[in-house]
Ligand binder design. Sequence first.
Ligand code: NAI
Length: 250
Amino acid sequence: MTQRLDGRVAVITGAGSGIGLATARRFASEGAKVVCVDLDAETGAKAASEVGGLFIEADVTDEQAVRDLFQRVVDEFGRLDITFNNAGISPPDDDSILVTGLDAWKRVQEVNLTSVYLCCKYAIPHMQRQGKGSIINTASFVAVMGAATSQISYSASKGGVLAMSRELGVQFAREGIRVNALCPGPVNTPLLQELFAKDPERAARRLVHIPLGRFAEPEEIAAAVAFLASDDSSFMTANTFLVDGGISGA
Ligand code: NAI
């Protein structure tokens, strides 16, 4: 495999599971120095040890923790090239606007959207000093289309990530910092498995709408993240990058 990320320092939030874990493996295989960030100390440390990277235990909704984590990365490695803002949570069980309470709504915005705001806020100054950087923010296909199953707080949080990424991509383009939003379709990870365990019919309902006829594997999303992180995507910024099995095109 080509070493597209040779020596690049990459932060991945939510690296202990699913898409984040697959991306940690992919980044490492492409030569990056990987910093695995997760709330879950056990899975996060395991991921970091597997890829020979650094683990930082942090809650990405905590401003001080986010500021400290990026400072620590720069103190240890001298630079920050890539930030993959991927940590997120699934919607509440019934995420209809008629059901979702304000506390549940706020929690989803905090983890899925405010965390991305915080991580961009504290990653960008380090990238500005280098005059280069690539930020990939995980949105979702539900940011660009209505989902068959109502998920109002989740869709709104991901729509926010998409709009914020576009805005930041435009704002910092002339400083060499690229910001793109990644929109996966349904991916076979613990997050999705948890949703389907609560509502087994949901999987069948979803599959009908995916032209490729299956869910993505986390490695397929990681391949797209590696592309966005690397110079192979050097003319892409403020982009909505759909990796969704055709669901949004159907
Ligand atoms: P996952 O549940 O397998 O992994 C999420 C990771 O984020 C976990 O390791 C968890 O501990 C960590 N995390 C959660 N809250 C955190 C916090 N406050 N601070 C630090 N770490 C935290 O989830 P998955 O499926 O890999 O999802 C990753 C991202 O992709 C999420 O943003 C999700 O919304 C998004 N996504 C997932 C899709 C899917 O079908 N699985 C589809 C589209 C988007």
